[in-house]
Write a protein that binds this ligand. Sequence first.
Ligand code: AMP
Length: 420
Amino acid sequence: MIKAITGTKDILPIDIPKWRYLENTVISTMTRFNYKEIRTPVFEETSLFARGIGEATDIVSKEMYTFIDRSGTSVTLKPEMTAGVVRAFIEHSLDKKQSLNKLFYISPMFRQERPQAGRYRQFHQFGAEALGSNDPILDAEIIIIAYDIFKQLGLKNLSVKINSLGVPESREKYKNILREYLDKYFNDLTAESRKRFDTNILRIFDSKEGQDQKIMENAPLLIEHLDTESLEHFEKVKQALLSAHVPFEIDPKLVRGLDYYTHTTFEIVSGSVGSQSALCGGGRYNLLVKELGGGDVPGVGFASGIERVLLACENEKSFSLSEEKIDLYIVTLDKELNGFSYTTAIELRRHGITVELDYLSRSVKAQMREANKLNARFVLMVGGEEFKQNQILLKNMANGEQINFEKSDMNKIISLLKEN
Ligand code: AMP
């Protein structure tokens, strides 16, 4: 038997209502903040991600689904969205039409990671990117959107962690200070961190290994070496968060080890999902558009993992959905009337009513059972003595009330179903 690929997951009909609930929450929040949806292709040229995410990252160095297509082009399934959004932004000169572009997305992503709870190879993210302004208010807005979405989903156990990476000049100076410090402990670092020493020194802060963490405990911090401009930017972000009543803590070890990241970086963590606790991550990337061949356009954004957010919602029982219902089930008493039932169903559906009927030649009893199983609000009985008198019977399943209608009087039935 062929099974789904390791690390991928079917989202079955029973799970769809909570996905829709989350997606609708995302769409309505983004709309209120005036973010417009963008959809980009599932695959892109590999070089976009190599440049847009960075060769030194785990994603690019070991997690991408890359293949050569039949024309010899190296293509990659998107592992994240920012690079594709920025590519589209440049390709369509979106900044010529609008000086500030506020965009959002909901999309599958692909990374060949080791599967574990909360980590998949095909997963889904929603997120936002604001391109065109360096205003610290926008850094805060991006954090507030993510926070508000989680709050609306009923999540409680949240912490917002923020940090600043400053501008590249002060960061370069700081990297030398860090290098000087780590030089003394170089031989005590893990092999992975020794590699990062040359390729991406900031990311040694991300190491989960005790021996690295012990050394990093006393490492000099970037936040202590920021220039005035960066400190001012950070201060404004903090003020904007405070005035929006978003609680946060400063985590000076929260780093994004890529050169085009600037200023704010943040993560929202849930205490309800075990080790894979980051619900979202993001920050400002003022140098990325240029890196990908566009103009000098600043940007800020975030991405959040839907599976993980839903896991947190489930663990916290943060929202409950009402049972799914249908408006009407048509019970056909005589097989010769199947045609009448069928055309009635079509007509009512075209008037916006959710209708189901029997396709399996079931007995009347079995049809009634099905109507109950589907939580039908009403049942229409087609057939028997009534039908010979040109009547059909509508039964309200909530209170048992039964009303007879002329079978030609569909409008009355439609009105009644719409009123209730
Ligand atoms: P990143 O793009 O790595 O900053 O990840 C942003 C968010 O996407 C994370 O905080 C997670 O919620 C989610 N995420 C990342 N990788 C995975 C994965 N392999 N499976 C499920 N969710 C993921």
